[in-house]
Design a binder for this molecule. Structure first.
Ligand SMILES: NC(=O)c1ccc[n+]([C@@H]2O[C@H](COP(=O)([O-])OP(=O)(O)OC[C@H]3O[C@@H](n4cnc5c(N)ncnc54)[C@H](O)[C@@H]3O)[C@@H](O)[C@H]2O)c1
Length: 255
């Protein structure tokens, strides 16, 4: 049975999710579509995105629209957001989710690789906010959720460009919360712990990792993509109407 709460305010709400074709983003697309939101999402993976959108339209009857887009291309990002908004109406919630945690040794990082990692993990968050904020201002409010990470809080090494970007997300949230707050726009960071996505299970979750989770997390069990999606529903819904400039950590009690 689904653990998702039902938020009436999400029904028909135009919501945009980046990186929605797999992992946590996919769980969010599913969760918003099941709330009856007008759900739009972007991803590099065109095939998976088209299939997810079609499956969810059939399952939920909600408007679910997808555009293939490389978020490191800011002009493409702007155009895709404008195209999707023609179908859904101006976005009232934005979930900045897409990122890539490929490991890298600090010794090997070139200026080009640094720029590339920041473009994948941070830059598009800013430009997506810049693209949707005018519509939210016109509507008198909105909610923006930026995906952070516990990795830098835990002083995790092995991917300094990723962890630097993820810690910067927190600063971006608080800065935009101040600038957009007078327009009724809330901006928060949603901070996942180690979430059992397909990619994590395929690449990084090994025996040592399982042991680490058993030892470090207060709660038994594992954080699933749906646990993060549920928190995103809350932040996007009117029920969190006085929450802004905050971080919510969903990590089973690790940090
Ligand atoms: N999974 C975890 O354990 C974990 C932990 C902490 C934080 N997070 C954060 O949660 C968010 C989602 O992570 P995830 O684990 O679901 O990732 P994932 O790799 O499973 O999925 C990311 C999605 O984003 C898309 N994407 C990546 N680069 C893109 C680009 N340039 N343009 C368009 N789409 C692109 C991918 O195609 C993919 O569908 C990220 O912000 C990540 O940093 C995840």
């Amino acid at each position: 049975m689904s653990k998702a709460a039902s938020f009436h305010s999400l029904k028909e709400k135009p919501v945009l999710i980046t990186g929605g074709a797999s992992g946590i983003g996919k769980a969010m697309v599913e969760a918003f579509a099941r709330q009856g939101s007008k759900t739009a999402f972007l991803d590099l993976d065109g095939e998976a995105g088209e299939k997810l959108a079609a499956d969810l339209r059939e399952e939920t009857g909600s408007m679910v629209v997808f555009a293939r887009c490389d978020l490191t291309d800011i002009e493409a990002l702007r155009e895709s957001i404008a195209e999707l908004a023609k179908e859904t109406g101006a976005f009232e919630a934005l979930i900045n989710n897409a990122a890539n945690d490929t490991r890298h040794d600090w010794r090997d990082v070139t200026p080009e690789y640094w720029d590339d990692r920041v473009a994948v993990n941070l830059r598009h968050f800013f430009f997506a906010i810049q693209a949707v904020a005018p519509g939210m201002i016109e509507a008198g409010g909105g909610s923006i959720v930026n995906l952070g990470s516990v990795s830098w809080m835990l002083a995790q090494g092995g991917m300094p460009c990723y962890t630097s970007s993820k810690s910067a997300v927190q600063g971006m949230t608080r800065s935009f919360a101040r600038d957009l707050g007078p327009h009724g726009i809330r901006v928060n960071t949603l901070v996942p712990g180690w979430v059992m996505t397909e990619r994590q299970l395929a690449l990084w979750v090994d025996e040592a990792g399982e042991r680490q989770m058993d030892e470090q997390m207060c709660l038994k069990g594992r954080v699933q993509p749906e646990d993060i999606a549920n928190a995103a529903l809350f932040f996007a819904a009117d029920e969190s109407s006085m929450c802004s400039a905050q971080s919510l950590i969903v990590d089973g009690g690790w940090v």
